[in-house]
Design a protein around this ligand. Structure first.
Ligand code: NAD
Length: 280
């Protein structure tokens, strides 16, 4: 039995609350990194077409000997069409991801960015509905969507995203989005949950809470996410840190710690703003 709690998505599928993200891990290093994570106990892996490591990730999955149904694999559709997405081009991209992963289904398929200026995310979501119907993605969802984008998805497609994966850490707590998600049955998944290991992990408030619990800054930040109900996917390629980031279930933050974390929100974004990001 895994010690990682699961959350139940809006279609009944269960998703581990802690997973392992592989952004910026080169394909030839991803196999070892994912193997280390699986060895440490992670069962949820977050990759994406644009990370160019779906093959390396898939090799680690195949070599692990872990039963497929015990794993939760997420990948994402990149903004990569030079033209506007069509149903067929979405289905083609999805097939290509499955092939690179060496899988016949994924657990979660996400659209990476709304790319709202192109007005094609509704087409993508409708195609995702077909993919979900076919059983080749157990759940479908979105990433980097703002409430305005979600409103259109809910009003104009039959799809209710299971997950919205967004930048979220103590410096960017996304209160409005989290409330929106809670009101619409959408799970909140935090990317860059450790603030990319930058100033956040040296913040005096975080360091003080870590010392109080005899834990590391990364561990108390992950604990804060878990206690808020977020799904988290921290990344590291260092085996000791991979294990450290998994060892977050033997302690709890108290009300005072959670309040101190709340006060850290200063709106710092490490990535682009979803309303304007149009890279492909
Ligand atoms: P993160 O917050 O997980 O930080 C990772 C960095 O923090 C590492 O590279 C390392 O430098 C440091 N670190 C990790 N563990 C540490 C520890 N225990 N102690 C000290 N430092 C530590 O940032 P991330 O990689 O940007 O985000 C995690 C995952 O989220 C990615 O791998 C990817 O899967 C996903 N992601 C998604 C999007 C999106 O647009 N959907 C964008 C960025 C990231």
């Amino acid at each position: 039995m895994s010690k990682v709690p699961s959350i139940t998505l809006n279609n009944g599928v269960r998703m581990p609350q802690l997973g392992y993200g592989v952004w910026q891990v080169p394909d030839d290093e991803a196999t070892a990194a994912v193997a280390n994570a699986l060895e440490a106990g992670y069962r949820s892996i977050d990759t994406a077409a644009v990370y160019q490591n779906e093959e390396g990730t898939g090799k680690a999955i195949a070599a692990s000997g872990i039963a497929r149904e015990d794993l939760f694999i997420t990948t994402k559709l990149w903004n990569s069409a030079s033209e506007t997405w069509t149903r067929d081009s979405v289905l083609r991209e999805f097939d290509a991801s499955l092939t690179r992963l060496g899988l016949d289904y994924v657990d979660l398929y996400l659209i990476h960015w709304p790319r709202a200026v192109r007005e094609d995310y509704l087409t993508v979501l409708r195609a995702f509905g077909e993919i979900a119907e076919s059983g080749r993605a157990r759940a479908v969802g979105v990433s980097n969507f703002q409430p305005a984008h979600l409103n259109r998805v809910l009003a104009e497609t039959p799809v209710v995203p299971a997950v919205n994966q967004v930048e979220l850490h103590p410096y960017l707590q996304q209160a409005e989005l989290r409330a929106y998600h809670a009101g619409h049955g959408i799970a909140t998944e935090a990317w860059s949950p450790l603030g990319q290991g930058k100033e956040l992990l040296g913040d005096p408030v975080v360091v003080r809470i870590a010392e109080k619990h005899g834990r590391t800054p990364a561990q108390v930040v992950l604990r804060w996410h878990l206690q808020l109900g977020n799904v988290v996917i921290p990344k590291s390629v260092t085996p000791a840190r991979i294990r450290e980031n998994f060892d977050v279930f033997g302690f709890e933050l108290d009300g005072e710690d959670m309040a101190a974390f709340s006060a850290l929100d200063n709106g710092t974004r490490l990535g682009p703003h979803p309303d304007s990001f149009d890279e492909f």
